[in-house]
Design a protein around this ligand. Structure first.
Ligand code: CMP
Length: 226
């Protein structure tokens, strides 16, 4: 892989050519098909992963076998850092939800890169802080909101991450499956389908092919009430 390729990752944005070449020398590509498991929770971890193309979901399984989605990630995001930093087993499973193209770095190389480049360490800590904030917000909404509120918050977060504002008063996002929404907000697929049907009846949400459209005013009003 060409060193300049690594500059696209925010984590490496401040490195000079020599430092990028050092990363390129130890990084290896890995590919996964849709639905393939990259890591299983609880297994030993020895590699750090950056997403070049595709998406993953980070999941845990409840004692009854239900999937809980902790997060989803896409191009430019990274995962697998926790086991390398704390020497504990993988904290969650990571599963490809699309064809996945990764860049991987082995434990010893990763730890050496962190010790030599404070700019990378600081960016990594910033991302870990953001993930902790998101997890706290999730705990708050599970503890204080009903399922309708959690669904509204889910759409608000989705719109903030990837929404495109359109002229007609709606924000478009890629349509997640009802099952994956349910597994993210801690409810059943049937409940998600029923609530989405209600939102559609009120024209707060429109669905077309792989896209859904969320009414911008309603999102803003919900954000103001949070
Ligand atoms: P690791 O524990 O090595 O393997 C699983 C990875 O999933 C973990 O590193 C993190 O990169 C990622 N991960 C675990 N929990 C969360 C979470 N709550 N939010 C986002 N990412 C997570």
């Amino acid at each position: 892989m060409h060193p300049a390729f690594f500059r696209k990752f925010l984590l490496f944005a401040e490195l000079d050519d020599r430092e990028l070449a050092a990363i390129a020398a130890v990084a290896k590509p890995r590919r996964y098909a849709k639905d393939e498991v990259v890591f299983h929770a609880d297994e030993a971890g020895d590699v750090f992963c950056l997403i070049r193309e595709g998406r993953v979901k980070v999941t845990m399984t409840s004692p009854e076998g239900k999937e809980i989605i902790l997060s989803t990630m896409g191009p430019g995001d990274f995962f697998g850092e926790m086991s390398l930093i704390d020497n504990e087993p993988r904290s969650a499973s990571v599963i490809a939800t699309e064809r996945l193209d990764l860049v991987t770095i082995w434990r010893t190389d990763f730890l050496q890169i962190l010790s030599e480049n404070f700019s990378i360490t600081r960016k990594l800590l910033a991302v870990l802080s953001r993930r902790l904030r998101e997890a706290s917000a999730r705990i708050e909404s599970l503890a204080t909101m009903d399922v309708y509120g959690r669904l509204a918050r889910y759409f608000l977060d989705l719109a903030a991450q990837q929404g495109k504002i359109l002229d007609n008063g709606y924000v478009s996002v890629v349509r997640p499956t009802h099952q994956s929404i349910a597994n993210t907000i801690g409810t059943s697929r049937e409940t998600v389908s029923r609530l989405i049907h209600d939102l559609m009846k009120q024209n707060l949400l429109l669905s077309e092919g792989k896209t859904i459209y969320l009414k911008k005013d309603a999102l803003e009003q919900f954000r103001a009430e949070l």
